[in-house]
Design a protein around this ligand. Structure first.
Ligand SMILES: *Cc1c(COP(=O)(O)O)cnc(C)c1O
Length: 344
C-alpha cells in the first residue's frame, strides 16, 4: 500500500509552516533566544513549547515499544483524528466509514470537513459487519474508524474481524483504543509493523485521568506521521500539558492502581444493577462505563438528573433504544448511584 497515494495531493505538496522552534531547536540553554518574539522574563511559560514534543515522545516510545517517529501527539485524540481526516480526505470527494453506534466525533469531524460518512451498522452481536464494510468502500474511501472497546456499547471487536478489515481495505484503518486500559485485550500497537494501513489512537483522558490537559496519541507508520506533522498547528500541545504528562508517565503505578479500582467497581456495579427492576439489559463492558437498557430512557434520565446524577442518554443511537450510558465513578459515587436507582 502506498501512503503517498492516499494523502490529499495538496498536503503531499505542502511546505509546512516553519515556526521559530522548528527552525532552531530550543532545548539548549546556552543560546540567547531572540528569534520568537517571546517575552524574556521567566515565569515558567514565557517560552513557546517544543513543537515536536521530543521529551514526551521519547518517554512514550519506551513505554509503548515503538520508535519516536511512529508517534503523533494531538491536543486530545480529537485533534489527532481531525488532523488525520484533513490530511487524507479531500472535501467533497472522499468518504470515511464508521460503524454506528459509535463515538460521535468521527461523524462530526467529517461533517465539518465536508467528508461523506458511510455508516455500516454493527451486527446484532455488536461486532463489525466485515462484508458490509468492504462492500461500502470504494476508491474514495480513505479511512475506516473502528472503536474498540466501543463507545457507547462497551464491547471489544474480535481480532479476526479487525484483521479481515485491515487485509481487505485499501485505505487507513483507525483503531480508537480510548478504553484499551480497561480491557483484557492488548493494544494493536504490536501489529504496526505488519500493517502499513494501521493507525492506532489512544488518549490520556480516560484511564490516565488527564482529560483536563488535552493530550491524545496516534501511532502509525512514519510516513503517515510525517504527513500529520505537516498539517498540525505548530505548537499544538502547550508547555504545561507536556510537563504534566511527562511527570505522569514516570508514575506508572498510578495507572495500574486507578484501572484496577475502576474495573473492580465496574464488576460490582454490573452485579448490583441486576437488582434494579427497570433495567432490562446490562451490556458487557471492557471500558469504564456500562451501557444499560431501561424501560423508558428519557424518564429515567430525567429522574436521575432530578436526584443530582448525570448519565448519558444514548437512546437516539442505532441499536441503543432506551439505553443509558453510565460512567463508573468512585466507590462513593457508585454507592450514591445504586442507592438512588433503588429509590426510583
Ligand atoms: C473519550 C474518547 C476519546 C477521547 O478524546 P480526547 O480528545 O483524547 O479527550 C476518543 N475516542 C473515544 C472513543 C472516546 O470515547
Amino acid at each position: 500500500m502506498e501512503i503517498n497515494k492516499l494523502v490529499r495531493p495538496n498536503i503531499k505538496l505542502l511546505h509546512p509552516y516553519q515556526s521559530a522552534r522548528d527552525e532552531f531547536d530550543g532545548a539548549d540553554k546556552k543560546y540567547v533566544f531572540l528569534d520568537a518574539n517571546e517575552n524574556p522574563n521567566q515565569n515558567g511559560v514565557n517560552r513557546y513549547p517544543d513543537p515536536q514534543q521530543g521529551a514526551l515522545k521519547e518517554k512514550l516510545a519506551l513505554l509503548k515499544g515503538v520508535a519516536t517517529d511512529h508517534i503523533f501527539l494531538g491536543n486530545g485524540s480529537d485533534e489527532a483524528l481531525d488532523v488525520l481526516m484533513r490530511t487524507f480526505c479531500e472535501p467533497g470527494r472522499d468518504n470515511i466509514i464508521t460503524l454506528p453506534p459509535t463515538y460521535g466525533m468521527y461523524g462530526a469531524l467529517a461533517a465539518i470537513n465536508n467528508i461523506e460518512v458511510r455508516e455500516v451498522i454493527l451486527l446484532e452481536d455488536l461486532q463489525p459487519d466485515v462484508s458490509g464494510i468492504l462492500a461500502a468502500a470504494d476508491r474514495h474511501s480513505k479511512i475506516i474508524f473502528l472503536c474498540s472497546p466501543n463507545n457507547p456499547t462497551g464491547n471489544s471487536f474480535e481480532a479476526r474481524h479487525i484483521e479481515a478489515i485491515l487485509q481487505g481495505f485499501k485505505g487507513l484503518v483507525v483503531i480508537d483504543e480510548a478504553y484499551i486500559d480497561f480491557s483484557r485485550d492488548t493494544s494493536w500497537i504490536a501489529n504496526l509493523q505488519q500493517y502499513e494501513n494501521l493507525v492506532i489512537v489512544q488518549t490520556f483522558s480516560k484511564a490516565y485521568g488527564l482529560a483536563g490537559i488535552r493530550i491524545g496519541a496516534l501511532y502509525a507508520g512514519s510516513g503517515i506521521v510525517s504527513y500529520l506533522n505537516k498539517v498540525k498547528p505548530p505548537y499544538n500541545i502547550n508547555r504545561l500539558s507536556q510537563k504534566k504528562l511527562f511527570s505522569r508517565l514516570l508514575q506508572n503505578d498510578i495507572l495500574r492502581r486507578d484501572v484496577t479500582e475502576i474495573i473492580s467497581e465496574r464488576q460490582k456495579l454490573v452485579e448490583k444493577l441486576k437488582a434494579i427492576k427497570f433495567i432490562t439489559m446490562i451490556y458487557p463492558s471492557d471500558a469504564n462505563f456500562i451501557l444499560v437498557q431501561v424501560d423508558d430512557a428519557q424518564r429515567r434520565y430525567s429522574e436521575l438528573l432530578g436526584k443530582g446524577i448525570v448519565v448519558r442518554n444514548r437512546s437516539n443511537q442505532q441499536r441503543c433504544g432506551n439505553c443509558l450510558r453510565i460512567t463508573v465513578g468512585s466507590p462513593d459515587e457508585n454507592k450514591i448511584l445504586l442507592k438512588t436507582l433503588k429509590s426510583m
